[in-house]
Design a protein. Structure first.
Length: 364
């Protein structure tokens, strides 16, 4: 695709015209045809517009619709689980609450947390008093919760598709829903740090792997909290870098098999010095991301030090991910080169560094 095509695809994605399966909504496209994004109005060359556009947040109205549909599903689950005498709490995880989603119709992850019991770290059990639980095993409680959630969704959203084939989520889409909602049965796990601080990022959860009938420990609020902390420290640049990489993954000519979670983790490892750019000089982040990915690609020892933010695993826990990193790097490198060429066609011949060429303030 040329950059005019990429800009159109980016606009369509941001305005929710692609489903998560990549199906294009021609009906909605007719009404959205005249609605230009701010980056499209820039008096800049096409590659520059695209580079600025891929870093921007999805408009709040589209994000709110994801929450509205998530809340709608939550409310029906509250009614059904209350009737079934299953106490539950609810929360959100993933790209939407972190504000790094790049599709206007992004699906949203709804945690359904069994509130009838918790599990605890050994240190918590020794230092705090909990009532004993006389119910089923935690795994069986989650299996029963998942079964009940699926039944409620089938009854209350009869026109929608209720897909129970994913191992960790029940995927709800279609019918009257304007967004897909992934319902994730889970339960709280109390850590010592959470008991001491009441900071939710230190409270873990367990989710059910329905295919293996086992529980998996997750730390979604730690992931969100650490990325938010760093983003505040660098005035929003980290989120821009994450969106940049996710959009480039979407627009690549070949599939890049790196998850959004891994992409966010890669960007999180950029130093505050790399992420700190003058106000409005977001183009410089393209070059900073490029050099960071290049360093990771060229240095196996560095890749071996890169854990996801919550520390639960290495980013490159599979050797096949290195090839995907290389593919993502090529996309960033091409964008950086094209933007530099548009801003200064003679720079490469004159030996002017890209970082100097891209050091240009562009305000939306």
């Amino acid at each position: 695709m040329n950059y005019s095509q990429k800009i159109q695809r980016l606009k369509d994605r941001r305005q929710g015209l692609y489903s998560r399966d990549g199906v294009y909504n021609f009906t909605e496209a007719l009404s959205a045809a005249t609605k230009l994004e701010k980056f499209q109005r820039l008096a800049e060359p096409e590659a520059v517009k695209y580079a600025i556009g891929v870093m921007q947040p999805v408009d709040a109205e589209y994000t709110q619709k994801s929450y509205d549909e998530g809340n709608r599903v939550r409310d029906r689950l509250i009614e059904g689980l209350t009737a079934a005498n299953i106490p539950a709490a609810f929360d959100y995880q993933g790209s939407v609450p972190l504000d790094v989603h790049v599709r206007g119709n992004s699906d949203i992850d709804l945690l359904v947390l069994h509130a009838g019991f918790v599990t605890v770290d050994t240190a918590v059990d020794a230092a705090y008093t909990y009532s004993s639980y006389a119910g089923k095993s935690a795994t069986q409680e989650l299996a029963d919760l998942r079964k009940e959630c699926a039944a409620i969704l089938e009854r209350r959203f009869w026109g929608a598709k209720v897909d129970t084939s994913p191992s960790k989520a029940i995927s709800l889409s279609g019918g009257s829903l304007q967004r897909a909602v992934d319902v994730i049965p889970s339960h709280w796990h109390d850590t010592l740090e959470w008991k001491r601080t009441s900071d939710k990022r230190h409270r873990d959860i367990y989710v059910l792997d329905a295919k293996k009938l086992e529980r998996l420990k997750n730390r979604p609020f730690m992931h969100i909290g650490l990325i938010e902390d760093k983003c505040v420290a660098v005035r929003g640049s980290l989120r821009k870098c994450i969106r940049l990489l996710k959009n480039l993954r979407y627009d690549a000519s070949k599939t890049i098999d790196l998850s959004s979670y891994d992409i966010a983790a890669l960007a999180w490892h950029m130093s505050e010095q790399e992420l700190a750019v003058p106000f409005g000089v977001d183009l410089l982040l393209v070059e900073r991301v490029r050099t960071h990915l290049k360093f990771a690609l060229d240095n196996a020892w560095y890749r071996a030090t890169l854990f996801v933010p919550d520390g639960s695993r290495l980013i490159f826990d599979d050797a096949a991910k290195v090839a995907e990193l290389e593919a993502l790097y090529r996309e960033v490198d091409q964008l950086a080169a094209d933007v530099a060429r548009e801003l200064n066609p003679l720079a490469s011949y004159a030996g002017v560094p890209r970082s100097q060429v891209l050091n240009k303030a562009i305000l939306l």
